[in-house]
Write a protein that binds this ligand. Structure first.
Ligand code: COA
Length: 171
């Protein structure tokens, strides 16, 4: 394995900002946020995201000490949604793709989520075959499709809605 996966801390904020903006610029169709929105965020915002307040967390894959992949977990905040969390911001730099980093990162998020929420959700563009294949191979079940979920460059994209229900799994 040519990479190491660990949870990010505040000290990774600069690396997170760099990778996040790279992801938003190179595969905009894979994310709800836009490059312009996040490039305008103050650095303190990236520090908070990297730290993972509350039950939130971001895991990173480091190649020779450089952050080259990431996957995040965001927990529901409202009382009636605290049993749910969402897999977010999954990205692996092209030079590290197809070497197991995406799988290791999403597995880290699943392990983190399994002890904190009952249901882990994920949303993925229905045409994003690599991500759909990855998520389904890790136990995500598709429970619906949101038509025209995203508009990008005058084009509409449908999103697959996926979830893992941890109920009944040994903890
Ligand atoms: C999706 C993504 C994270 C996968 O990362 P990765 O490190 O290449 O994935 P892995 O090497 O761990 O592969 C895991 C599985 O993903 C699937 N997969 C990955 N790349 C694939 C490809 N090009 N075509 C088809 N399936 C693919 C396969 O099921 C693979 O399992 P296998 O190796 O047993 O066939 C990566 O392609 C990426 O960053 N894409 C751009 C951003 C993105 O789409 N993010 C998801 C937003 S919801």
């Amino acid at each position: 394995m040519a990479f190491v996966v660990r949870r990010l801390t505040e000290d990774d904020a600069e690396a997170l900002r760099t990778l996040r903006l790279e992801a938003l610029q190179t595969v905009p169709e894979a994310f709800l946020s836009s490059y312009e929105e996040e490039a305008a965020k103050p650095f303190a915002w990236f520090r908070t995201v990297a730290r993972g307040p509350d039950r939130n967390a971001i895991f990173g894959a480091f190649e020779d000490g450089v952050l080259a992949g990431m996957a995040g977990f965001v927990a529901g905040e409202r009382v009636k949604e605290r049993h749910k969390g969402t897999l977010v911001g999954v990205y692996v730099r092209p030079s590290l793709q197809r070497q197991g980093a995406g799988r290791a990162l999403v597995e880290a998020v699943i392990a983190h989520a399994a002890t904190r929420v009952t249901v882990l959700e994920a949303t993925v563009s229905a045409s994003n075959h690599p991500a759909v294949a990855l998520y389904r191979s890790l136990g995500f079940i598709r429970f619906g499709t949101e038509p025209k979920a995203v508009q990008i460059g005058g084009r509409f994209l449908d999103n697959d809605l996926l979830q893992i229900d941890f109920s009944g799994r040994p903890s």
